[in-house]
Design a protein around this ligand. Structure first.
Ligand code: PHE
Length: 337
């Protein structure tokens, strides 16, 4: 009898050891320790034994066997359970290395980098950095820049007007500045010539975003007012800037154009070392009406101004295909610069 019990126990332990899943452990539990199991059967046969001592020894052996099988089932269940958990964790793991795997130092946005380098280059040429508000009056943005009532650039199709009326006044005269040129006026009203300033900043136009337009973008304005300033100073400054910013292999040219606030006016282009031309911005001699609006006597002083898009320039410099990429903040784009 004792031998039968040991054999049944060993067979049961071997089966438990061989179980490969939690389900099979559960099935074995019922089969080995249940009422119809081999050990239960042996227990029922205890009554057939002759002596009390034999019954006692065999009963103890059956109980010990059942305990051993129970412990083995629990152990096996724990082992398989943690393996199943490991497998699940592995299967459900999200690869975060793209986001946190490589701790890297952040850096300034491409536009900010260009903005700061432009400031550096112009400060190196003797200019001071000036600022003006992004929300402007129509007087500073248009009127003082020789764009009177009825000028097409003032149309609400081009301009974002702000719903604001000053105390005692009417609305419709406050807008998001459409260019950095109003800083020319603010600077002239603030300081006497000689004036040598650049004014980088954010500007706004009613444009639908596409590969080359954004309703919000950045410009840098330049203004010089001094005695006997001529177009040659303008051309020389643009040329010096081009070489300092882009490199000695680059050069520039002026092409006749029109702006209400400069006379004569020009577009300026820069030439890549491979000989191809890029259109960069507008410039010209400050119109006498603009000097007068700024409280400066055009008989005594003359000056030049220029303005160009910072984002456009960065796009050209780095051959970015779509200007919208500059503002979607996709880390894969930003990381490249
Ligand atoms: N303000 C002009 C623009 O936004 C650029 C410009 C600035 C032209 C200064 C001439 C002089 O297009």
């Amino acid at each position: 009898m004792i031998d039968d019990i040991r054999a049944a126990r060993d067979a049961a332990l071997a089966q438990v050891d061989a179980a490969e899943s939690l389900e099979s452990v559960t099935a074995l539990d019922t089969r080995l320790l249940g009422k119809k199991g081999q050990l239960a059967n042996l227990k029922k046969q205890l009554g057939t034994l002759a002596s009390i001592n034999e019954k006692k020894a065999a009963g103890q052996a059956v109980n010990e066997a059942m305990d051993a099988v129970g412990v083995a089932l629990d152990t096996r269940r724990a082992v398989l359970g943690s393996a199943a958990l490991d497998a699940r964790v592995l299967a459900e793991r999200i690869d975060l290395t793209e986001h946190v795997g490589r701790p890297t130092r952040g850096h300034a946005h491409l536009v900010t980098q260009a903005w700061e380098r432009l400031e550096d280059v112009f400060v190196g040429l003797g200019f001071r950095v000036a600022e003006g508000p992004e929300v402007e009056t129509d007087w500073h943005n248009f009127e003082a820049l020789n764009m009177g009532e009825g000028h097409p650039a003032r149309g609400e199709f081009d301009t974002l007007f702000v719903d604001y009326a000053p105390e005692g006044g009417e609305s419709g005269h406050t807008l998001l500045r459409t260019h950095t040129s109003p800083v020319q006026i603010r600077t002239m009203l603030e300081q006497d010539p000689p004036i040598y300033i650049v004014a980088p900043g954010r500007v706004f136009r009613r444009d639908t975003p596409d590969a080359t337009h954004m309703p919000v973008f950045h410009q840098i304005e330049g203004l010089v007012v001094d005695r006997n300033i001529t177009m040659a100073h303008l051309a020389g400054t643009i040329e010096a800037f081009t070489k300092a910013f882009f490199g000695s292999g680059w050069s520039s040219r002026l092409r006749p154009s029109y702006f209400p606030f400069t006379e004569p006016s020009a577009e300026f282009d820069i030439q890549r070392p491979d000989g191809s031309w890029l259109e960069l911005g507008g410039c010209g001699m400050v119109h006498p009406n603009v000097l007068r609006a700024g409280g400066i006597d055009p008989e005594q002083w003359s000056g030049f101004a220029f303005g160009f898009g910072i984002d456009r320039m960065a796009v050209m410099r780095h051959q970015v295909g779509d200007i919208r990429d500059m503002f979607t903040n996709d880390i894969r784009f930003l990381e490249q610069f």
